[in-house]
Design a protein around this ligand. Structure first.
Ligand code: OSB
Ligand code: MG
Length: 368
């Protein structure tokens, strides 16, 4: 297969409500969406980064410029017999994993379509439905948080994750546990705590949490391992796991007992699967994280989460939890058992509504 044309665009798709984390607020999805062509067939991918480097270093503009100036010319017109070969094509590119991942997933989509194969099936997915939860940003107050929990639990989401930061941790958890002592509940700090605040994190052990996600700095393993050794609750790493090697290091150091896998953060689907395999072999549960993706990235996530090691509910909510109207014609809906149905179409399954996509496009470049 030869890629003969690539379309790259930046979009802005507003969220239904702003998403507040420990460190920033996001008003919409600012992804870079790519469409790759080979002999008239097209594949779609998404690099779901923000406009500001608040989650990791990459932003929509770094993704855009790297894809345009470097990555596309490396892969254009090359004979690609399998998407796994992209890791060799991009072997001299340091970092920029979200930029690589958007292109890689588009090539996977295209390649599966040319083979009339479904992505989940091809990757070894074993589930028809994947368990999902919801990730709640930091609200104005506790009352609002409880009503959000109520809303999403009544829709059937299997677990709640709340964003925490110093000063917004113990109180909201007390409030939730008083009302719902037994729900699956976890927290995510996006690196908001310093090692001096380890006592607060240790005190969260009594709230029967599924996990504490990324309490320390986005690049840290050492402090996470200090924390993990002193508490029962599993520490989960998100930002710190940027590659299969990082996952191995984290497991050796006992820096976490759960891993959040996002294909973008680790440079694509192949690395995501390698990390899944490493964790499965070591009996470390994984789950699929989210970046508030459009229907394109979401379809990839659902396919990935159908692999057997994804034993915990993902941050993959129905498209309607984020957007009034998504850029796909087949948004995921929440099943009554708190799952999303894994696509069975060729490729990752997202059917792009190009008319609406064009409406929310900020700029577009075609490279051939
Ligand atoms: O840390 O998991 C995170 C959203 C954007 C960036 C980072 C994170 C998140 C979320 C929401 O927690 C996940 C989702 O619902 O897509
Ligand atoms: Mg996280």
């Amino acid at each position: 297969m030869k890629i003969d044309r690539v379309e790259i665009r930046q979009i802005h798709l507003p969220f239904i409500s702003p998403f507040q984390t420990s460190g920033w607020v996001e008003n919409g999805n600012n992804s870079v969406i790519v469409k790759v062509f080979s002999e008239g067939i097209a594949g779609w991918g998404e690099s779901s980064v923000g406009r500001f480097p608040n989650y990791i270093e990459e932003t929509s503009s770094t993704v855009l410029s790297l894809q345009k100036e470097v990555l596309v010319s490396l892969m254009l017109k090359k004979d690609i017999t399998h998407p796994g070969e992209l890791s060799d094509i991009f072997k001299n590119v340091r970092g920029n994993r979200f930029a690589i991942s958007g292109l890689e997933s588009a090539v996977w989509d295209l390649w599966c379509k040319t083979k009339k194969q479904n992505l989940s099936k091809f990757l070894g997915g074993k589930r028809e439905r994947v368990a999902v939860g919801v990730s709640l940003g930091i609200p104005e107050n506790k009352k609002e948080l409880l009503s959000l929990c109520e809303k999403y639990l009544s829709k059937g989401y299997q677990r709640i994750k709340i964003k925490i930061k110093p000063g917004w941790d113990v109180e909201p958890l007390k409030g939730i546990r008083k009302r719902w002592p037994d729900i699956m509940l976890q927290v995510d700090a996006n690196g908001a705590y310093s090692i001096k605040e380890i006592k607060i994190l240790e005190s969260l052990d009594k709230y029967n949490l599924l996990m504490i996600e990324q309490p320390f700095h986005y690049d840290d393993l050492l402090y996470h391992s200090v924390l993990q050794k002193g508490i029962k609750t599993p520490v989960c790493l998100d930002e710190s796991i940027t590659s299969p090697d990082k996952a191995v290091e984290a497991l050796i150091m006992d820096a976490c007992r759960v891993i959040n896998i996002k294909p973008g953060r680790v440079g694509g689907i192949v690395n995501a699967i390698i990390i899944h395999h490493i964790c499965r072999k070591n009996k470390i549960p994984v789950w699929c994280g989210g970046m508030m993706e459009t229907g394109i990235g979401r379809a990839v996530n659902v396919c990935l989460a159908s692999l057997p090691g994804f034993t915990l509910p993902g941050d993959i909510s129905a498209n309607s939890r984020y957007f009034k109207r998504d850029i796909v014609e087949n948004p995921f809906e929440l099943n009554s058992d708190g799952t999303l149905t894994v696509p069975t179409e060729s490729g990752h399954g997202a059917i792009v509504d190009e008319k609406y996509l064009n409406k929310i496009t900020i700029n577009k470049t075609i490279i051939k």
